[in-house]
Design a protein around this ligand. Sequence first.
Ligand code: ADP
Ligand code: ZN
Length: 438
Amino acid sequence: MNNKEYWNKKIETMKRADLEDLQLARLKRTISTALDTRYYGGLYAEKGLNVDSIESLDDIRKFPFTVKQDLRDSYPDGMTSPKKRESIRMHCSSGTTGQPTVVFHNQHDLDAWADLVARSLFCAGARPGDVFQNICGYGLFTGGLGFQYGGETLGALTIPAGAGNTKRQIKLIQDFGTTVMHAIPSYLIRLYDVFEQEGVDPVKDTNLRMFVIGAEPHTEAQRKKIENLFGVKAYNSYGLTEMNGPGVAFECEEQSGLHIWEDSYLVEIINPETLEPVEEGEIGELVLTTLNREVMPLVRYRTRDLTRFIPGECSCGRTHRRLDRITGRSDDMFIIKGCNVFPMQIESVLMKKKEVGTNYLIELVTENDVDEMYVKVELRSEYFSDSYHDLEKLKESLVHQIRDEVLAKPKVLLLPPGELPQQEGKAVRVVDYREAQR
Ligand code: ADP
Ligand code: ZN
């Protein structure tokens, strides 16, 4: 496929200086809209901030951060502008970490969002005429309608398949010749198991040619695993409800980082402790300001997602900077035996093993006053029947490799497929029982 094609060539390949001019104009508009909301209006008046405070993009740093709790405190609509009256849709975050946050949209906001998702899909290689199956919960969750309108705007036959009902998903894939599919990575492995059970070969018996995967942290090793199982390329998709949902940052066909759409989002990466910007290329917390939203502008929203800018330009010709894959949320980290651990470090070890499926669970427990980390891992069915000796060897090697990666020694349990609880939505990777056991 010709990767020098763009959905919106002018915007996607804009010279940096022009892009920054556009950002500055839009930032002023965002601040002006924010001043009309109850929340920012009060806050900025107190601090003497207004549109004149913005002369350059760096002036964003005069403005306070917005955190999830601020959205919760302004529940349900304290952060909306008077354009709230024009709202025709609302969404809530999935509430993975507490009370959901609400975002309202008018027609302008929805059109702009659908266009960003269409741009994102095109950027990864989807084209008008594709059959796009969206395996994702519809409803308040943004992945359903977000990709639905995006796929339709792209000009793809967009199948609102919804979540679950795996056999029916496979029937849809076969009956309608699905070429592009969106799903969360943890679901795709389950889907593959059912392909196997049903005797359907994803390469020979379907038209699948690309996946869009996202909504939850996953490693490069997990992407590779998915690509190898299905024989289909998988592109990383990043978004969050507070910033609309999908369509914030997306991989292009180079698969070397996610282009974040800088005409619509002003991007900062900060050290979550000092709140100062990190050095270019260093990992920090992603902070985003909406640049093209009318009903609910958000200024310097702390996503809690950890990433870095990938230095240099992308060979696809897009000038919007690239983010590295999200390594987790700043609040995902746990401490065990004095070591700071991110679940993705453990996943990266697990996913490199051919015997391992994709479902795993890290349990933190206190046994006889000592904290222990259990890593429970489902194996792929064909390997679970291996000899006791082989399984012991696999277990030993996992224990050592995880210890080398995170410095704390885990206890590894190998399980047959289907043993671990399955989530309807995003995978839960860590359960901490320690407080309760003390
Ligand atoms: P919730 O915070 O309730 O889970 P959302 O459904 O809005 O609400 O989820 C957005 C979050 O999902 C992001 O902040 C990020 O942590 C995670 N996420 C989304 N896409 C990706 C991705 N491609 N890689 C890693 N994490 C992702
Ligand atoms: Zn690119």
